[in-house]
Structures are given as C-alpha cells and as structure tokens.
Design a protein around this ligand. Sequence first.
Ligand code: NDP
Length: 312
Amino acid sequence: MAADLKIKLNDGREIPAIGLGTWQSQPGEVENAVAHAIKEAGYRHIDCAWVYGNEKEVGDGIKASGVPRDQLWITGKVWCTYHTRVEESLNETLEKLGTDYLDLFLIHWPVPLNPKGNHPAFPTLPDGKRDVDHSWKLSDTWKQMEALQKAGKVKSIGVSNFSEAKLAEILPSAEVIPAVNQLELHPYNPQHELVAFLKSKGIVAQAYSPLGSAGSPLLQDETVVRIAEKHGLQPAFVLLGYLLSKGIPVVPKSVTPARISANIEGAAAAFKKLEQADIAELDKLAAEGKQRRFITPPWPVDLGFKDWKNPV
Ligand code: NDP
C-alpha cells in the first residue's frame, strides 16, 4: 500500500514518503482535505507550518479523521520571526494542531526576521525590504531545536531551504545532524549537487512543491506528458514517482478530494513503473534550459543557492 512507503532518517525514524501539503489550503476547505486524506485516502503524513495560518483547521481535520495520533506523522516549521524563541513557536503550533508533540520540526527558512518588527510574520524596514535580524546566528536557532528534541516535544529535527553554505553555519557546532532538508525539488529545479551533498551528510532531501506549485507548467511539459502516456499515468504521478525513485519524500498539496486520493496511489504506481531511462530524461530537463524555481520570496539576503541570487 502507498501509505507503507517510508524513508529512513539519520535518527532511525521512518518518514512516510508521501505526505499532504497544506500551504494555501484555506480554512473552510483544509479541514475536509486533511480528514479525507487520512481517513479515506490513507495518508499518514501531514506537512504544516505556522506561517500557513491554518494550523487550527488542519488540527480539526486530523481530529475528524479519527486516526490515532501515534499512527500519524506531523511536520511543523518554525517561522522566521521566531528564530530567537523557537519553543514559543512550537507551543503555538502544538496548541493549534491539538497535539503534544511533532514528528518533525523544521527551521522554515535560514532567515531570522526581527521579532519586534512592524508585522508578526513579515516585518519590513522603511525602504520596504524585509526586516532581517543580521546579528542572529543560525547555530543558536539550531541549539534550541536540539533542546526541544531532547525534551521530547519534537521527535525529529531538520531544516528547510538551507543551501550548503547555510548548512555550514550550523553543522560545525551541531550536536544533532539535521534529519531532513525540505527544498523545492522537481525536474525544473532538481538541485542535483545539493541533493548529493545532503546524501553524503546523511540528511534526507525532502521535496516541497513537487508538482511545481499552483498553475504549474510542469504538468504540461512534453517530456513529462510523454512519459506519463507511455505508462498510463497522470503527469502529476510521474513528477511524484520521479522524486520517490531518488529516496526523496514528497508533500503534494491538494484540497480536491479526488486528487488527494489519486496522488498517493498514483505516486506509488509511478514509483514502481518509471524506468531508469525515464528518470535520466527528467534529470536532464533543467540543464536543457528549463531550470526554474517557483518559490522565490524576496529575502534581502544571499541564501547561497547556485541557481537563485536575491538582490541583497
Ligand atoms: P504542489 O507542487 O504540491 O502543487 C499544488 C498544486 O497542484 C495545487 O494547485 C493543486 O490544486 C494542484 N494539484 C494537486 N494534485 C494535482 C493533480 N493530480 N493534477 C493536477 N493538479 C494537481 O505545490 P505547493 O507549493 O503547495 O507544495 C506542496 C507543499 O510543500 C505545500 O503545500 C507545503 O506543505 C510545502 N511547501 C513548503 C515550503 C517550504 O518553504 N518549506 C515552500 C512551499 C511549499 P488543488 O489544491 O486545487 O487540487
């Protein structure tokens, strides 16, 4: 069964390889999406974040599913304005989700924002740029993550949107190596070098926006469509199977019950059907001129990604 596909982390735990994304899933629709995913479609992994503004409703959906907490994998993320107060962020998340621990807690972005700025999530300076706390060290954020894991409030800890350069700011003083680095990964942004680096460090690369996010051109890409037709799959399934074949867990988002059900089964089917030649073709798309990121927030810092330079 698709829900049984799991990927082992460096702390010995196993993350269900296919989870449900919840970014841009609106209150009013996300409760039903989450309940459907768990109860009807067999998902056991829900990807959440404080900044999505829907943790309360995601929690309602989890509760409505009736599936016991210990059978679920719930991921949360500490937002940028909380780097100096990670436990406070976690406590807010736990309360809204209605649980007393997370399976995985991630640093959402390696960008500490001013906690006392002019907005709780996206503080800005008078020039309109985001109000970054340049004095804060990411290694001090990571220390707080380690303490929460020791206290048992989160089982696994990791990061998100960390380039090799940003990882170098936390790894030398880390007692715990991050279990996961959640990144934008799909055939237009495969980040082959970073994924290989993570593997060498025992960090699992996890894919966000695996379908290319809302309105994705990847679903119409001629290579993706041809491979899908060859195997009798939908393009979305090919994109998910492509990542799973590399040991990369995926968190496709949908609020459409039929797609939620189809994605988990289709991803597992594609994982079985895709051939090495298909993977090799998809691997080359970015290098053939299609390199593209879909998620590029205007951070006024250099994140250290080779393909993405922000104006600092
Ligand atoms: P996805 O790549 O998952 O794409 C979601 C879009 O695809 C939605 O518009 C959805 O529509 C549509 N869709 C879903 N299934 C299908 C299908 N079978 N056929 C056609 N269209 C489909 O985008 P996201 O950007 O949401 O990424 C997934 C998750 O990753 C997020 O929800 C979030 O949990 C996480 N994430 C993490 C980030 C981070 O910084 N760590 C950044 C971005 C995302 P509909 O809902 O209408 O069905």
